[in-house]
Ligand binder design. Structure first.
Ligand code: F6P
Length: 364
């Protein structure tokens, strides 16, 4: 098979701290170790459809290791297989994959590096099936990609959320309030579980364990009776009651994942206040969890994954994503990755540890 000499790189889906560290690692490794040319595609698959790309040199990626966001830009609206034309929003989604493949051919790249979450990996997988050599790098603050134990961006999000919970503690204590902190994560509770344990949340509500409202209220009242004049509830945006549904914030033009969750903390604050008579307030951390400089851990992981992606290409392992399993870097086939989201197993060791120190998960 032809040696990979010129590669394309794009970032797809929502951003995550560490994207630039991956772009830097891929570009530098490709140029320094293998003398390759690197084409940076702008705004994810939008740049493919609109032919927005430019050559990346070493100096373009110098000094970006610590930067949040992505120097290439990203989009979670564009899927070449279900293309939404913003100029004609009334039109139905079209399969423009043939055009995408033609545009890739015009870029004269031998392989594409897709950095993204499960939506991006699904597109990458289809492009690979349609003949494009592609490798993947897993990205998301949600930590929910199948085939890898960890994604870059997650550690930073946990750090930010933990600091927020710490800050919420002091104001909760001062006002003797029940504070509800809502965190991201879509259908997975990884951020809530980790930040909730790190921040000492009293009640953690995650999508994987539907909650009973009366269990939450009993816990809050019990704490109050024991003289604890505040309680901290950390809730995932995707949490839901046993007898109810998730709270949907809005439906967006995202062919892979149109539902945006959000707002459960306000509902819970009203319900807890009404049932316990204790004052409650809600805080939604939102995109703060994705912004700013990546943690040291995420910079290291992102660098290793970027180097790993180039390694996949030189071994001609197209159709694979670089993942981490049991502390080792492994090749994960795209079709495995696109099976869905990696959720927390109910018997996870960290859930057990949290229960051991008295943390409530709202279940019976
Ligand atoms: O997947 C990352 C994530 O931040 C989720 O945690 C969240 O549900 C979603 O993206 C928010 O998407 P958007 O940036 O489109 O509002």
């Amino acid at each position: 098979m032809k040696r990979v000499q010129r590669i394309g790189i794009l970032t797809g889906g929502g951003d995550a701290p560490g994207l630039n560290a991956v772009i830097r690692a891929v570009t530098k490794t490709a140029i320094i170790e293998h003398g390759m040319e690197v084409v940076g595609i702008e705004d994810g698959f939008e740049g493919v459809m609109l032919n927005k790309f430019h050559l990346l040199q070493k100096h373009d990626v110098s000094g970006i290791l610590t930067l949040g966001g992505t120097i290439l830009g990203t989009s979670n609206k564009t899927n070449p297989y279900k293309y939404f034309d913003p100029k004609h929003p009334e039109a139905t989604l079209k399969d423009l994959s043939k055009k995408a493949l033609r545009n890739f051919a015009a870029m004269k790249i031998d392989c594409l590096v897709c950095i993204g979450g499960d939506g991006t990996m699904r597109i990458a997988s289809r492009l690979f099936e349609d003949g494009l050599p592609v490798v993947g790098v897993p990205k998301t603050i949600d930590n929910d990609i199948i085939g890898t134990d960890v994604t870059f961006g997650f550690d930073t999000a946990v750090e930010i959320a933990t600091e927020a919970i710490d800050r919420i503690h002091t104001t909760a204590m001062a006002h003797h309030r029940v504070m509800i902190v809502e965190l991201m994560g879509r259908t997975a509770g990884w951020i809530t579980l980790h930040a909730g344990v790190a921040g000492g949340g009293d009640i953690l509500l995650i999508p994987e364990i539907p909650y009973f409202l009366d269990v939450i209220c009993d816990k809050v009242k019990e704490r109050s009776k024991k003289g604890k004049r505040f309680s901290i509830v950390v809730v995932s945006e995707g949490a839901r009651p046993v007898d109810g549904n998730v709270v949907v914030k809005k439906i967006v033009q995202d062919p892979s994942q149109p539902v945006r969750l959000g707002g459960i903390s306000f509902l819970l604050a009203d319900q807890i206040e009404a049932r316990t008579g204790l004052e409650a307030r809600a805080v939604v951390l939102g995109h703060l969890q994705r912004g700013g400089t990546p943690s040291g851990f995420d910079r290291v992981l992102a660098t290793q994954l970027g180097v790993g992606a180039v390694d996949l290409m030189t071994r001609q392992r197209f159709g694979y994503m670089v993942g981490v399993q049991g502390g080792k870097f492994v090749d994960v086939p795209f079709n495995e990755v696109s099976r869905g989201a990696r959720l927390i197993p109910p018997d996870h060791v960290l859930i057990a540890a949290a229960r051991s120190v008295g943390t409530c998960f709202g279940d019976r």
